[in-house]
Design a binder for this molecule. Structure first.
Ligand code: SAH
Ligand code: SF4
Ligand code: F3S
Length: 469
């Protein structure tokens, strides 16, 4: 049996893609190993969203080079967004790589590996199908791949990602994703529903729907009718066994009243919305070509507050984008103070070749300034998150238990296991418990809170003894 090792960086799409590639390779007789040294085939599933993510992969490739020199039979593959973006450049920078495969061709990996192993030389499969990418073509290729999942490859048996949308058409000026993932296309709802049904039958309780602008999801049927995000959620809600439905990432302009009301009316849908703002300055938003102003964002945010007062909202911010003044940056702080996001992912602007910003806008904010703004914004976010989490002390929350916490995984003491899970609102909760609780929904009483975590204890059922009986 051949052994494969896979290293994944990047977003949830990549986590899902790796799961599927491994499931596919297992069907082709591979087993999975934990280290590149013992593997016959080493795969890197890559991300191009920031330069740092790419450097990590090139540096890992530098390390694997010696192993490949010692054992030329070892096949080395680069897949995912960097494969799509860099193509031949990867062979130039790392000539010992055997395979370069873009995100749209992942189902060809077993066949390409066979070719490499048969001595046919390097293989490359990269195509964005921007020109020939009719919905039918994409739908067909995914029919043979996405639904063929292997439950053992999921992060936990009771949670799964489910892709509902491929690619992105928004072309924010800083972003490489439309170049690496191709045009936005909704998957046919029948496929999504049948995949969700299978997941439920396999014991999956929580699904997270994935798309770059997931709330813009739409699918046009042959008869001209359309399915949008709200009606997709309604249909998914009917599936027995699925208890929670989450979806990421949302695009502010498409957060309609109807969608928010649907989230409100469907108890399985988590009142948690990740809606990246990116900046609190209109000048920056325009330069980023995000398609909304700060006041549009606030209008959307107030719509969420009105329709879903219990919901948590999280965001992404980019600091140090081209021309960002101190005043622009202060506006991001103000937006964060106003919206009090549950959490924010904060990124320092990184120029991406092939984007409009790389062509037209100077990367003129010094690194030290980017670092300082990053830290400053993070500090405000952490303070807000801590304050809001502390308001939950004394309350009770329902937690879907995921497994032992990071701290517990490192500890050698099996009798004291710290377990971790998430609330419906996506807050992380840790508590002392046992491994059997994984996959259960538990009521947890919150005793303490930090900016990232709620600390609680499981409510024990009180046994009241009634005298005489
Ligand atoms: N589709 C999602 C995000 C995809 S990328 C959305 O539109 O919200 C995830 C995050 O990476 C983005 O939200 C943005 O904050 C950040 N990002 C993207 N390109 C970047 C770049 N060139 N430099 C720094 N951060 C970037
Ligand atoms: Fe990138 Fe913008 Fe598309 Fe998000 S919406 S993936 S930031 S281009
Ligand atoms: Fe990275 Fe590609 Fe995701 S560039 S963020 S892995 S879509």
């Amino acid at each position: 049996m051949k052994k494969v090792y896979i290293k994944t960086v990047g977003c949830q799409m990549n986590v899902l893609d790796s799961e599927m590639v491994i499931a596919d390779l297992k069907r082709h007789g591979y087993s999975v190993v934990d280290s590149p040294e013992e593997a016959d085939c080493v795969l890197y599933n890559t991300c191009s969203v920031r330069e740092h993510a790419e450097e990590k992969v090139y540096s890992a490739l530098g390390t694997i080079r010696q192993a490949k020199e010692k054992n030329p039979e070892k096949t080395i593959g680069v897949m995912g967004c960097m494969a799509q973006k860099d193509q031949e450049i990867i062979f130039k920078r790392a000539p010992f790589v055997d395979l370069v495969v873009g995100p749209g061709q992942l189902h060809t990996i077993p066949g390409l590996l066979e070719k490499v192993q048969a001595g046919e030389g390097r293989q490359m499969a990269v195509s964005l199908s921007r020109k020939d990418g009719s919905q039918a073509v994409i739908a067909r290729s995914h029919e043979t791949f996405d639904p063929l999942r292997d439950p053992t490859m999921r992060p936990t048996p009771f949670q799964a990602y489910l892709r509902i949308q491929i690619g992105c058409d928004k072309f924010c000026t800083y972003c490489v994703v439309p170049n690496t993932r191709g045009p936005e296309q909704g998957r046919p709802p029948e496929q999504i529903l049948s995949e969700a049904q299978t997941l439920a039958e396999q014991g999956c309780k929580e699904i997270t729907l994935l798309g770059q602008t997931v709330n813009s999801y739409k699918f046009r049927h042959d008869d001209g009718s359309r399915t949008d995000m709200a009606s997709l959620l309604e249909q998914l809600h009917e599936i027995e066994g699925i208890h929670r439905i989450k979806f990421v990432t949302n695009y502010p302009k498409d957060m309609t009243e109807r969608l928010l009301e649907t989230v409100r009316d469907l108890p399985k849908v988590s009142p948690y919305l990740h809606v990246p703002a990116q900046s609190g300055s209109d000048v920056m938003l325009k330069r980023m070509k995000r398609g909304y102003t700060v006041s549009d964002y606030m209008e959307m945010f107030e719509r969420i507050e009105r329709i879903l007062p219990e919901a948590t909202v999280s965001s992404d911010f980019i600091v140090g984008f081209s021309g960002e003044t101190e005043d622009d940056f202060q506006k991001s702080i103000q937006l964060l103070e106003r919206c009090r996001f549950k959490n924010s992912f904060i990124f320092q602007y990184s120029v991406r070749p092939g984007t409009k910003a790389a062509e037209n806008l100077p990367d003129d904010i010094p690194r030290e300034v980017k670092v300082r703004r990053n830290n400053e914004l993070l500090e405000v976010q952490n303070r807000i998150a801590k304050e809001d989490n502390q308001k939950l002390i004394g309350s009770e929350v329902e937690v879907l238990v995921e497994g032992p916490s990071k701290k517990s995984k490192k500890s050698n003491d099996p009798s004291a296991v710290q377990m971790t899970g998430r609330t419906h609102c996506d807050r992380i909760v840790v508590f002392d418990g046992n491994l059997r609780q994984a996959g259960e929904f538990l009521q947890v009483h919150i005793d303490d809170a930090s900016s990232h975590t709620l600390i609680g204890r499981v409510k024990t059922v009180e046994v009241v003894s009634i005298g005489g009986l």
